[in-house]
Structures are given as structure tokens and as C-alpha cells.
Design a protein around this ligand. Sequence first.
Ligand code: PMV
Length: 325
Amino acid sequence: MKATAIAPTNIAFIKYWGKKDEKLRLPENGSVSMNLSNLITTTTVEFSENFPKDTVTIDGKQDLSEEKRVIQHLDRIRDLAKLKYKAKVVSQNNFPKSTGLSSSASGFAALTVAATKTAGLNLSEKELSILARQGSGSACRSIPSGFVEWLDGETSETSYAVSIFPPSYWEIADIVAIVADEKKEVSSTEGQKIASSSPFFKARLSRIKEKIKLIKKLIKEKNFPQFGELIESEALELHAIMLTSKPPLIYWLPGTVKIMRLVKKWRADGLPVYFTVNTGQDVHLICQKKDTEVLQNKLKKIKEVKKVIINFSAEGARISKNHLF
Ligand code: PMV
């Protein structure tokens, strides 16, 4: 028996950075995100007594560094389902992985949904989110649909994501400007471990609950200018923590900074657009649907921009009939 799932990545408006429990991936703070319609992972999983070992193929290659983490996740699912069989996992991203586009979020969400289904587990959205979180923190936000809040929680059972608004609630877009295709030097898993070494980390945490309350209010009211100001300052705050960690993490490239400055200029010229950046160099431009075309054309003229991907708010992880093998 095999099952296939597709899952979107998500972009966090209020970010997850730092863990209070490394093993369970319990975050220091809650976060709020939107699923992305055009950054998708498809994963097919089969368990069989005929497989001598687990095999993991991602984007056509056997990736040993990822394999370990995937097998650990399969073990969680085998434990729950009391299953002994080994698995074949084939996964395909429609975008470059490990560059900061959150392939681990879509990847572990798709893996969780496909593997639990084929293992015969019938889990609720909450249970799937809890399980996905243990594979990769932000993956828990790719399970529910649309605009999503990850409730930080003190225990594994209370740390999961819920949909706060459906995808159709607000027509905003995330235009991703890809600045480089290279793998980032430090993964977010490694970066998260040193978050608390920044002298500013405690100050960040002391204000984060207020920020989450505010972002939810601004999404509810569809107040684009204030929402944009808040997500932009949040992204800069995240990078202030990264830059002041020990050792410092510098994810930006010259193209990243160029686009951030242009966004400010375009805004001053009357175009409502804001940026956010995760672990990596690519810039997410957040705008209203009506402005996507004009922004796409502007981005295509910048020599550092290798590719532009337009996303709207999307459904969460779901089962698909299109198996990869
Ligand atoms: O889930 P991870 O370990 O890939 O961490 C995600 C970290 C950020 O993208 C920077 C923030 C976020 O909330 O997505």
C-alpha cells in the first residue's frame, strides 16, 4: 500500500526562531504564517515487508544528510502504528531545496500525511500538526489551511498549528525573488540552536505575544499598510538576532539588500509592498493581488534576481492520487 500527499511551504509573518525543547521541537514562541500556493512538495510513501531498508529519494537523488532525519520521522510513525516494515520514500519539490524557501516545512508536512495514511493511522489535523512539528518545526504550520497560527505550547500535545482564516479570506500575494540557488551555509535547525546567544533574544521574546495579537488583528481587519510595516520590522528583528548570535549568521547576499532597499523605494513611490526574509538570501515581497504583475516586471529587471515565484494563500497538506512511483 502506498499513499501520496502534497503540502505547501509557508511564509511566517511572525517568525519561529529558538526552541525551548530541542528534541520535541517546542518553540520559544508562537508564530503566524500563510501557506504558499506555488511552493509545493509531493511525497509518496510505501511500507512493505519486501524492503530490506528505508530508502529516501528527494528530487531524484539519494540525500544522505536528509535521509537520517526522514528515517527518524518514519520511526515516529512506525511506533504509533506498531509497524515493522521498511519504507520507500520519494519526494519532489517544485523549487530548489535548502536555499531558505522552507522545503523542510512542506517536506515534513507531506511526509507526515502520506506516511500516516499508508501506515493505516487515521489522525486528526491537530495530531498531524503535532507529528509534523517533530520532523521540522515550521512543518506543523503547513498542515492546516490558509492563514495559520502555531500555538507554542508547553508540551508536545499543546504545541500545534491551527487555521485562523481560510485561504480565500485575504487576497495577498507572496512574490519570492530568488537571489541564489546555492544551499545555505547554516541550516535553520543549526541556527535555531544559537538564537539565545544573541543579547537581544530576551527582549524579542518579551514582546512577541503582543506582536502575535496585533498581527492577527491586522489580518482580520485586512489592514495592509500596518500589517506590512509589522512583518517587515519582524523580519529585520529576526535577522538582528541572527547577526548578533555567536557565531553570527549572515544570510543576506548583496542582491538581498538591494531588493530590500528597492521595496522601500517602490513604497515611497506609492506602491504598497513590504518584504520578509527567512534563513537564506531570497526575499519574499508581500503585496496585494492587484499589484503582483507590476512587481513581477520590476523584479525581472534586477540582474541579481534569478527567478520569481508568485504565491497566494493556499490549502494545507492533503492526500493526492498522483503517486510518484
Ligand atoms: O522549521 P525550521 O527549522 O526550518 O525554521 C524556520 C525558521 C524561519 O523560517 C526563519 C522562521 C519561520 O517561522 O518559518
